[in-house]
Design a protein around this ligand. Structure first.
Ligand code: FAD
Length: 498
């Protein structure tokens, strides 16, 4: 007989654990008992400061007011990511959120730009991306109602991950999530079907449940250590396996964007928060030693270091099954793609949404589990390919790392996408993927993957009309953005309005 799912145990109290607990409490708190176990002694990974726009919706669903969120997490606005020195040294481009220009009929804007480029009229691509124009001008504000047909700016956040977990914990416990502090020493499996029955704490007490969400971080306490699910290693495509992270005092521009600067064997992030700037150097240990990587990081800070740098080790890849028996792995327990496109916290959010839509009732349905695993696999693989593109599409050959990245064989689906874009400027996506065509287009163009042709629908305008259309889009962007405050003033307004 199938066992009804009434008690859900979340193992781990990092960002993944508390996001899961808060979301479950919000939508299933009246029907399910929720229990979270965490160990302060073990602690959390403690990084993860840059996000992408869907987090705005996540907070809204939880009923977290955005201004309160920004105040409580020392948060700032993120409009995109600037990539410096990725295609070539000295070059920079922005992968910004939101729309590009505006479509005409069914034809995406970039096809008109490609046609203009073919006619020698192109000009700088980035002047047609509202988020990029605002980001470069260091501006952000909430647009009441767009005054033109352009979409409003699309934003995400930078925030202090520890403060966010604390905020979520308050929300979750206020809605009835029980919390147990302490170290789990063993997982108890049912002898009959191998499902997890309980986790046993160091003091011998047990926390039992029907469904377990493994948010225990890289160690994968349940999904791997107890169930031996297996890990698919992608380090041959994504060789970065270490990061030094360090906060520094604020200095330099207060950017409403993350900066990623390519280094000799990886890249460095810069994430401005209200009270400090987060920095990290992600690198491949096969190509660079730890000391050299740390000294590059410390030599490229905008302000005084506020702590000793911390070393983190990881392997790119994913668990072979995100859902195995009665255990669902969410967060680092499920897999890791390096933080280049800030996708980890989003993968937590999307796994929670998927689980909520498939929440088992009278027992676990094997077909639902298979569906969950297949969707998770596709999601991870497409994000993986998007990240690989940044390494593959480079002209850099100044270090062995970049030479190897440039010449590596990439997954078939990515190779197909690159060929397709080079031919027509089109991105054919396979299903409801995270990154939309506008994201792929920005990274392709930014990394020097330039199409030979364009969609003939862009020929519907005469040359004169095309020039006027592009000028009109530039004028609309200028008009929309002229009224915005600076990012610094916007954040100061929120921080001061307590
Ligand atoms: P953890 O934070 O490791 O939490 C694990 C939890 O399990 C802890 O509470 C721990 O105490 C508990 N636990 C483990 N073992 C036991 C035990 N035996 N008993 C009891 N409790 C136990 N993501 C982004 O979206 N944006 C970024 O910019 C970003 N940058 C990153 C940079 C780096 C270098 C790295 C490594 C990751 C980055 N991430 C980023 C990923 C992000 O940090 C994680 O996805 C996120 O923090 C979720 O982590 P977690 O909760 O799965 O794991």
């Amino acid at each position: 007989m199938r066992k009804p799912i009434r008690t859900i145990v979340i193992v781990g109290g990092g960002t993944a654990g508390w996001m899961s607990a808060a979301a479950l409490a919000r939508v299933a708190g009246k029907t399910h008992r929720l229990h979270l176990v965490e160990s302060e002694e073990i602690g959390t990974v403690g990084v993860g400061e840059a996000t992408i726009p869907p987090l705005v919706t996540f907070n809204r669903v939880l009923g977290i007011n955005e201004d309160d969120f920004l105040r409580e997490t020392q948060g700032t606005i993120k409009l995109g990511i600037e990539f410096k020195d990725w295609w070539r040294r000295g070059h920079r481009y922005m992968h910004a959120f939101g729309a590009i220009g505006r479509p005409l009929g069914l034809t995406p804007f970039h096809q008109f730009w490609l046609r203009a480029r073919a006619l020698g009229l192109d000009g700088d691509w980035e002047q047609y991306v509202p988020n990029t124009v605002a980001a470069r001008a260091l501006r952000y504000g909430r647009q009441q109602r767009p005054r033109t047909p352009l979409e409003p700016l699309t934003h995400a956040f930078h925030f202090d991950a520890g403060l966010y977990a604390a905020l979520l914990r308050r929300h979750a416990t206020a809605q009835g999530v029980k919390r147990t502090e302490g170290r789990i020493r063993r997982t108890v499996l049912n002898a009959f079907d191998g499902h997890v029955e309980a986790v046993e704490m160091e003091d011998g007490s047990r926390v039992a449940g029907d469904l377990f969400i493994d948010c225990s971080g890289f160690r994968g306490l349940l999904i791997e250590q107890a169930l031996g699910t297996g890990f698919e290693d992608w380090s041959h495509w994504l060789p970065c396996d270490r990061a030094w992270a360090v906060p520094c005092a604020n200095g330099g521009d207060f950017t409403p964007y993350t900066r990623s600067t390519a280094q000799g064997a990886g890249w460095q992030w810069r994430i401005p928060l209200q009270h400090r700037t987060g920095n990290g150097h992600v690198y491949a240990s096969r190509y660079m030693g730890d000391d050299e990587a740390a000294s590059i990081l410390m030599g490229n800070l905008d302000g005084e270091g506020l702590a000793e740098p911390r070393l983190l080790r990881f392997t790119a890849g994913r668990r072979r099954q995100m859902w195995n028996r009665n255990v669902v792995a969410i967060g680092l327990a499920g897999g890791f793609l390096e933080p280049l496109e800030s996708t980890s916290i989003h993968l937590v959010q999307s796994a929670i949404s998927r689980l909520l839509t498939m929440l088992p009732n009278e027992g676990i349905d094997a077909e639902e589990v298979a569906d969950f695993n297949e969707k998770s696999r596709l999601e991870y693989e497409r994000i993986r390919d998007f990240i690989i593109l940044h390494y593959k599409a480079t002209e850099r050959d100044d270090t062995p790392f970049w030479r190897d990245c440039r010449h590596m064989a990439v997954p078939d689906e990515l190779a197909r996408r690159m060929r397709h874009f080079q031919a027509h400027g089109r991105v054919s996506r396979l299903y409801d993927e995270l990154f939309l065509e506008v994201s792929w287009v920005q990274v392709f163009l930014g990394q020097g993957v330039l199409p030979r042709g364009y969609n003939p629908l862009a020929d519907q305008l005469t040359e004169k009309e095309l020039v006027a259309f592009l000028a009109e889009v530039r004028a609309m962007i200028g008009h929309e953005l002229s009224a915005l405050p600076t990012h610094a003033d916007f954040i100061a307004g929120i921080a001061g309005a307590v």
